[in-house]
Design a protein around this ligand. Structure first.
Ligand code: FCB
Length: 457
């Protein structure tokens, strides 16, 4: 591993290097932190069902209790305030609002929970940034075909309408979907996320229907929320070809087509990338008249979740795209194996700004996982995570200096939580959670973020 993580080698940063209205926050998501799976009328989600099958989650766990945020949220919001953040990104569990995904009457107790939570943010000076879909689809909808069924689009619009009607007086910032690539491909092609399907054609239809649901939810949200600001959060990756060979360069372009442009292009009014479409053949999704215009409904910002770059090689016969992501040696990586590359974030955002010109960009997620050790003094001295954070904020400063309209940064995550297929093995929090006692302890990385944000270094 490259030895550039020593604290004395880290760039110097201060909050004053950024605009005074820059949004500083942490991100979380409902299924990963809430727990309270059977409380107050919450219905089953596809993640409850997925976790119940042995072999799906590495440690055999689920989000049934998770970080018990359903009960401990006042303490968690206190933590966010104490860090000095001015914004907080969270998601709503759709099955808390409609246990079966749709209906005339919402579950009032579910709405009340989020209403209290939002009030709690406002009382603490945290601007709420809500995500409507961070992967916990009501199981009933999955039984009717899930996102592959267009009826789920209508259900999502009904849900977005209900939530924005009830919370829109207090929430200005709305993120329709978190990482549609993951919804589609992790969930329906690779089968590593709920609902655990392994069908490429289904995954592509899911990606399309999710994008349509994004576009169709926007007018519903705007109708209910004065001055609403709406966008989607995409997982994007800077890519490099494994070699200069024409084959690897072409493979990288194909990989970029499905990983990045498949979502960026239609959202920005360009339809699906023709080069990808040509490869898909029978797997291409059914697109109805008007869909592309709806997907391209203007938004106010683009959310970018950035974690790592990828190196791509030509791999004839591997998957539909004939590409392979390769792992190079001598590269700094997190415990997940994800390459650490703040410079990749710079290249990525330069590219997004140049090619798509979003009015505003928010880094809606960025963070790292390491094998944290609780010292005998109870401290978690996570210098690698601290270094990751410092270097990515330095990269953010560089991006802003280039004139790219990045207006906010949300660290993933406020708390250790249920990391999907990895269960509780992977900790991403700036705050350590002891899952036996639910005790929270700020890690060294969180203390650094606090010092940075409060300027009392
Ligand atoms: C992102 C997800 C988020 C979390 C991080 C580590 O892909 O949006 O929920 O799992 O990865």
């Amino acid at each position: 591993m490259m030895n550039n993580t020593r604290p004395d080698h880290l760039p110097q940063l201060k909050r004053a290097d950024f605009a005074s209205d820059f949004r500083w926050g942490c991100s979380t998501s409902s299924y990963q932190i809430e727990g309270g799976a059977n409380l107050d009328g919450r219905g089953e989600s596809i993640w409850d069902r997925f976790c119940a099958t042995p072999g799906h989650i590495r440690d055999g766990s689920s989000g049934a209790v998770a970080s018990d945020h359903y009960h401990l949220w006042p303490q968690d919001l206190d933590l966010a305030r104490e860090l000095g953040t001015n914004a907080y990104r969270f998601s709503i569990a759709w099955p808390r609002i409609f246990a079966e995904g749709r209906g005339k009457a919402p579950n009032q107790k579910g709405l009340d929970f989020y209403s209290r939570l939002v009030d709690g943010m406002l009382e603490r000076g945290l601007e709420p940034w809500v995500t409507l879909y961070h992967w916990d689809l009501p199981q009933t909808l999955q039984e009717q075909g899930g996102w592959a069924n267009r009826d789920t689009i209508d259900a999502f619009v009904g849900y977005a309408d209900m939530v924005s009607r009830h919370l829109g007086d207090r929430i200005q910032h709305w993120i329709t979907h978190n990482e549609p690539w993951c919804t589609a491909f992790h969930g329906n092609y690779e089968g590593v996320h709920a609902p655990g399907l392994k069908d490429f054609k289904t995954a592509l239809q899911v990606s399309h229907n999710v994008l349509v649901s994004h576009g169709r939810a926007i007018p519903a949200i705007r109708a209910n929320v004065a001055n609403a600001r709406v966008g989607a959060a995409l997982s994007l990756h800077p890519l490099k070809a494994a070699s200069d060979s024409a084959a690897d360069v072409a493979a990288t372009a194909r990989h970029d087509g499905l990983r990045n442009r498949w979502f960026l292009d239609p959202l920005h009014g360009r339809g699906y990338p023709a080069d990808v479409w040509a490869i898909l053949g029978d797997s291409a999704p059914m697109v109805q008249e008007g869909d592309l215009a709806q997907i391209a409904t203007p938004t106010d910002f683009l959310g970018v979740n950035y974690y790592f770059p990828e190196i791509v090689a030509d791999a004839p016969g591997v998957g539909v795209m004939s590409t392979r992501v390769i792992e190079t040696k001598n590269v700094e990586r997190t415990a997940f194996g994800w390459e650490v590359s703040p410079e990749g974030m710079v290249t990525l955002l330069e590219r997004v700004a140049r090619d798509y010109k979003p009015a505003e960009i928010y880094l809606t997620e960025n963070g790292s996982t390491y094998d944290d050790v609780v010292g005998s003094d109870g401290q978690i001295d996570d210098q690698q995570r601290r270094s990751y954070l410092v270097r990515h904020l330095a990269a953010t400063r560089e991006i802003v200096a280039k004139g790219i309209p990045v207006k906010g940064y949300f660290a993933w995550s406020l708390l250790d939580n249920f990391e999907w297929a990895e269960g509780y093995i992977r900790r991403f929090g700036l705050t350590h959670v002891d899952f036996q006692t639910q005790q929270r302890r700020l890690k060294a990385s969180g203390k650094w973020y606090r010092e940075f944000l409060r300027g009392d270094k």
